[in-house]
Write a protein that binds this ligand. Structure first.
Ligand SMILES: Nc1ncnc2c1ncn2[C@@H]1O[C@H](COP(=O)(O)OP(=O)(O)OP(=O)(O)O)[C@@H](O)[C@H]1O
Length: 775
């Protein structure tokens, strides 16, 4: 038997042993869980039998309470144990099929022999609970596996650095407890395994990458130093994957103090949420809170406003509509505008805020002017939100006084006549009980009327008070709009050149309570500065994926809201597709002086696509030569030139059918806009089994989908067909990144159909990077 065979056999014996241990533990736990469950059921059934209930005397009541508490604690303790057992069983089920994926032999300095460390998705102790049969991939020692080739190596622990020599680094593919592959690897973690994994079909759900995390990705996952971690990574470099493994790592490493509710992920669209939803549960962790920036804005903004969807902004941009509006988006997204609002706020601190009258039954109870005067007589050193709070308190007191006076008004009698019999009865009973308790007898009729008057007035004043508590007495919108008309010199000094357009566009939209996407953040920022903001103190880690799509204003706003949280920002400058992109690039590009506590990591290797696809797509962007393809072979991208729309759709049908026959399971027909996608869907739905995806789509299944490029962000497909890559469709420089994003969604094949002349983006690509066909 060769040495390799012998090794293989020895390793299989160990897998068999570990597998038998898992089975044993499972059986033990199942028995234990069954008896615990029985105990819990029994305890629930006999709960009251074991509690001494006596309510005669005060002492007895206290004793009874203590007895119930004790019994409830016993029950909840048992339930907790059952929960833990259940978690453990789930962990064992995850390990059963494939207990580990890696092994390192580490000779620690000052020790006499090396240790073999087996690494898997969770840890497992032997029967005596003494030695680790499997180490969790997140344990400190496991970082050796990801960070070093065989040779000198070290890792960090709570007690300091441990150094030594890495003697062996081995990878396994284990399925159904049988070793299917075994490789000893060098610098990177097994190209062979990665080749195999990346060669697989794309999935509609993202997969975990723990077995093949690369060294540079591990830097992101285990980063503990910086408050803000910025990752600029090329398309397909594993930014999202690394972010999710980072969540799992943090939850494990800080499990005593951190849970999934303390983390929040901002993702690019609702579809993406479902795309990544299985990764963390696969690793035995709960999903963190997930949202899109749009959903988040919606949760903060009053429903009185109609908030535009960012994708509609994108459509307006791509469709070349409302040029005035588009031209001012970069300014509204910038920190200059934020600064202008701040100057305006400092003016409002001394004068100019707009208030609303507080009216009741057609009469003004407290006028806007009175409120204005009250607000501005308060100490100006106190912040605006605090003065608002004091004003609200004052208003509530004033309203209470008026409320009492109102009880004697005639309208109350009129209201009383409209009451139902039940209302009178209720008041009557209430009064009877009260009088019985107080052993008093009064004239019931008079008292009843008093109570009824009080109740009626209370009911009518309730919405008024509620409005005051919600700061409805401040006219936030009018106050904001005044920014666009004020002649205050300190504002005028800071206005940009095209202020007239900014002013006109904003006033028109806001007059209809329409919040354009670019207006949402500035308006919310302004509102917060007047009435205070919601607290997110419990959020300790923020992850922002597709960070390049956030404007400086949006990011600053998030930074203020989540002041206490650490941030992981992941993006790619080449995929910046929004109209504000020109002002959004500084953090990722690192051009602006780096922020305090900020660390930048750059990922240049692309894992998603074949070498041929990366070599094609990287020529589309600046400094594309820095993008390194992972060595996986495939066909060169294909460009098919047709003349008519009829030919275009004929060609799409034959291409897609060919791809299906070759076994590709997820195929995307990517268009530029939703309009183009809808047209394609209508044309194709009788010839192909095809799904249309729009901004409300939250999940998709395998097969053929048609969608606009901006919705394909972050996800991937076996095959991508570009619906129309002609000069007619992709002609503006501002569409280059969108085109690049679309093409980089392909894992295995990329086909570009062009109706007429191909886009100049393609013309500049060397012809040896693709195959060209003319029809
Ligand atoms: N270390 C790895 N091991 C296995 N697969 C990996 C690894 N890194 C990345 N991948 C795979 O590469 C593909 C791209 O990863 P991911 O979507 O995380 O990249 P991204 O940088 O977020 O991409 P984009 O910016 O283009 O959306 C995924 O299929 C992912 O599973």
């Amino acid at each position: 038997m060769s040495e390799t065979h012998l090794e293989w056999q020895k390793e299989q014996e160990r897998v068999d042993f570990v597998h038998s241990q898992i089975k044993k533990k499972q059986n033990k736990l199942k028995q234990h869980a069954a008896s615990l469950k029985q105990g819990i059921i029994g305890l629930r059934e006999t709960f009251w039998e074991d509690v001494t209930v006596n309510l005669e005397e005060q002492d007895d009541v206290i004793e009874t309470q203590a007895s119930i508490k004790q019994q409830a604690e016993l029950l909840s303790e048992r339930e907790r144990s059952h929960g833990l057992l259940y978690e453990n069983l789930k962990k064992l089920t995850r390990l059963e099929d494939s207990p580990y994926f890696g092994r390192i032999d580490f000779f620690e300095q000052n020790e006499t022999a090396s240790d073999s460390i087996y690494i898997g998705i969770a840890s497992l102790l032997d029967e005596q609970e003494e030695n680790f049969l499997i180490y969790d991939w997140r344990a400190p020692i496991s970082s050796l596996y990801y960070d070093y080739p065989p040779g000198p190596a070290h890792y960090e622990t709570m007690d300091g650095t441990i150094s030594g020599d890495l003697e062996l680094k081995r990878q396994f593919i284990i399925k159904k407890a049988q070793i299917k592959g075994l490789f000893d690897t060098g610098i990177t973690i097994g190209d062979r395994l990665l080749q195999e994994i990346l060669g697989n079909q794309a999935n509609t759900k993202m997969k975990s990458i723990v077995a093949t995390i690369q060294k540079e990705q591990n830097q992101i996952i285990r980063n503990e130093k910086s408050k803000i971690l910025v990752v600029q990574g090329v398309a397909g470099s594993g930014k999202t994957s690394a972010a999710l493994q980072r969540v799992a790592y943090l939850l494990y490493t800080h499990r005593e103090t951190l849970n999934s509710q303390n983390m929040m992920l901002f993702s690019p669209n609702p579809l993406f949420n479902s795309y990544i939803s299985t990764v963390l549960p696969e690793l035995g962790e709960e999903n963190m809170k997930q949202t899109t920036y749009k959903q988040f804005m919606e949760s903060l903004i009053s429903t009185a406003f109609e908030l535009e969807d960012p994708f509609m902004q994108m459509e307006a941009f791509l469709g070349g509509e409302n040029q005035d509006r588009i031209s001012v988006i970069p300014y509204k997204s910038s920190l200059e505008f934020k600064n202008l609002i701040q100057i305006y706020l400092s003016i409002l601190s001394t004068n100019g805020l707009m208030f609303r009258n507080i009216g009741f039954r057609g009469q003004i109870l407290i006028s806007a002017e009175e409120i204005h005067n009250y607000f501005y007589q308060l100490d100006q050193q106190i912040s605006i939100p605090n003065r608002m709070r004091l004003t609200a308190e004052w208003l509530l007191k004033e309203i209470s006084i008026i409320e009492k006076q109102e009880r004697d008004e005639d309208w109350v009698i009129e209201e009383m006549q409209l009451l139902e019999k039940e209302d009178f009865l209720e008041v009557h009973n209430e009064l009877q009980q009260k009088n019985r308790r107080l052993k008093e007898t009064f004239d019931d009729g008079e008292q009843e009327e008093r109570i009824l008057r009080k109740k009626i007035v209370q009911q009518h004043f309730k919405p008024l008070k509620k409005r005051v508590k919600r700061y409805g007495f401040v006219n936030i919108l009018e106050s904001y709009l005044r920014l666009f008309t004020t002649q205050d010199p300190s504002i005028m000094k800071h206005q940009p050149r095209h202020w007239d357009t900014v002013s006109k566009v904003t006033q028109e939209a806001l007059a209809d309570k329409k919040l354009f996407w670019e207006d949402a953040t500035p308006f919310l920022f302004f509102r917060d500065k007047l009435i205070g903001r919601k607290s997110f103190a419990h959020i300790r880690h923020i992850f922002i994926d597709e960070f390049q799509d956030y404007s400086p204003f949006q990011f600053d706003y998030l930074k203020e809201l989540f002041r206490g949280a650490r941030m992981t920002l992941l993006g790619d400058l080449n995929q910046a597709i929004y109209p504000h992109s020109e002002v959004s690039q500084s953090l990722l590009s690192g051009k602006e002086g780096s922020l305090e506590d900020e660390e930048r990591i750059i990922l240049t290797r692309s894992y998603r696509s074949t070498r041929q696809i990366v070599e094609f797509t990287r020529t589309l962007v600046q400094q594309g030569e820095l993008i390194i393809p992972f060595n996986r072979e495939g066909e060169k991208p294909e460009i098919i030139k047709v003349i008519t729309k009829e030919d275009q759709y004929k060609r799409i049908v034959t291409t897609v059918k060919e791809l299906i026959s070759k076994g590709y399971e997820t195929i995307a027909l990517i268009c530029k806009t939703i309009g183009e996608s809808e047209e394609a869907y209508e044309r194709l739905r009788f010839s192909l089994d095809i799904q249309l995806m729009n901004q409300t789509t939250t999940s998709y299944s395998k097969g053929v989908v048609v969608l606009p490029a901006y919705l394909a962000k972050g996800i991937e497909f076996d095959s991508v067909v570009i619906h129309d890559a002609s000069q007619e469709v992709y002609r503006h420089e501002s569409e280059r990144n969108l085109f690049y994003t679309a093409c980089t969604r392909a894992m295995h094949t990329l086909t570009l159909i062009t109706v007429g002349d191909e886009s100049t983006f393609i013309k500049k690509i060397p012809s040896d990077k693709y195959q060209f066909k003319k029809m």
